[in-house]
Write a protein that binds this ligand. Structure first.
Ligand code: GLN
Length: 203
């Protein structure tokens, strides 16, 4: 029904889970912290937070979540990945630790920790026409960069030097930075819009 709040999950194994949950709740969603397959099965969309992708990868495998999340991606479940979450959604990851795996889904190559040591974090204002005229205030915290965008994915935002920092492919949205800590709500709104429109949500 149109009036029902969208049911979404935040993958809650590591990272800035609470910030995403609070923002999604403020936007009217019903939020579940997802650690187990049954919790994933009960939601219609998933946010993969920032944190440390190698740790998120390890924990998802320990908790038996890798296969269910890959299956949900294949099934078209909308997902929003920020920072480490973008790394988890990338088909190919460079500068990963030995044995590190991702879920995949976004036809991109993503480089971890791409902004080097000197500039570990910074803020930038980005023009993202797909989100409206107002620029996006983006906080980069040891973020990845999208080194190449394959034919199935689309670049949504770039830094002034041209490096891609937000991509979209079907219901998957991946961004290098942290909108949840700068009061930027439009990526989460876009994600919730996808969830509302997805056929799963009405099932
Ligand atoms: N450097 C982290 C990683 O490799 C990402 C940083 C973040 O999510 N803020 O996963």
């Amino acid at each position: 029904m149109a009036g029902n709040p969208p049911k979404v999950g935040v993958l809650a194994l590591q990272g800035d889970v609470r910030e995403h949950a609070a923002l999604l709740e403020a936007l009217g969603a019903e939020v579940t912290l997802v650690r187990r397959p049954a919790e994933l099965a009960a939601v219609d969309g998933l946010v993969i937070p920032g944190g440390e992708s190698s740790v998120i990868d390890k924990l998802t495998r320990i908790f038996g979540m890798q296969a269910p999340i890959r299956a949900a991606i294949a099934d078209g479940m909308p997902m929003l990945g920020t920072c480490a979450g973008l790394i988890m959604l990338a088909d190919t990851v460079t500068d990963a630790i030995e044995g590190q795996e991702s879920f995949g889904g976004l036809d991109v190559v993503v480089r971890r920790n791409a902004f080097g040591r000197q500039v570990e974090s910074f803020e930038a204002e980005l023009a993202i026409p797909a989100l409206g005229a107002e620029p996006v205030k983006a906080a980069f915290i040891r973020g990845p960069v999208v080194e190449s965008v394959g034919p199935d994915a689309e670049a949504l935002a770039s830094l002034p030097d041209g490096r891609v920092v937000a991509v979209e492919q079907g219901g998957l949205l991946g961004i290098s930075f942290h909108p949840e800590i700068t009061g930027e709500t439009r990526f989460h709104e876009r994600f919730l819009e996808r969830v509302r429109k997805s056929p799963r949500a009405s099932a």
